[in-house]
Design a protein around this ligand. Structure first.
Ligand code: THU
Length: 138
């Protein structure tokens, strides 16, 4: 496991900003990019893809998690989510839950250059997770 102090946050943030430029967001005009350091050491990316049927829109984090798995990695260690200006965006509630399954409570989440990263556990306290299912198996 990589130490959180050793994570190259500017590189992760820049990867997120670059992929935000590829977003499809004609309805909100909010171009979002997500980049995550994987357990294999490479950076997975995703951008938001909107739909005219608004509720079908995919957040950038959905693409990120798909990229993680399809690239052969299993775990996210650190994540940066930014808008087109390169400033961090707080992951939405649904995506906090999504990230939890693939990065756990210790996943480090970027808060920009002026603040230390925050853990996903802090962003999503008392979360529902897979242990709730296994605990209730008959
Ligand atoms: N969005 C994301 O991509 N990630 C988030 O965590 C919050 C919101 C996108 C969804 C939609 O395309 C746009 O931002 C406005 O909500």
């Amino acid at each position: 496991m990589q130490d959180v102090d050793e994570i190259d946050w500017p590189a992760l943030r820049e990867a997120a900003r670059e992929v935000a430029a590829l977003a499809f967001a004609p309805w909100s005009q909010l171009h979002v990019g997500a980049a995550g350091l994987t357990d294999q050491g490479w950076i997975a990316r995703g951008c938001n893809v909107e739909n005219a049927s608004y509720g079908l829109s995919l957040c950038a984090e959905c693409g990120l998690v798909s990229g993680l798995r399809s690239g052969g990695a299993e775990r996210l260690l650190a994540v940066s989510v930014v808008t087109q200006d390169g400033l961090p965006l707080a992951p939405c509630g649904r995506c906090r839950q999504l990230l939890l399954e693939h990065g756990g409570r210790d996943l480090a989440v970027d808060q920009g250059p002026d603040s230390p990263p925050i853990t996903l556990g802090e962003l999503l306290p008392l979360a529902f997770d897979a242990s709730e299912l296994s605990r209730r198996q008959p």
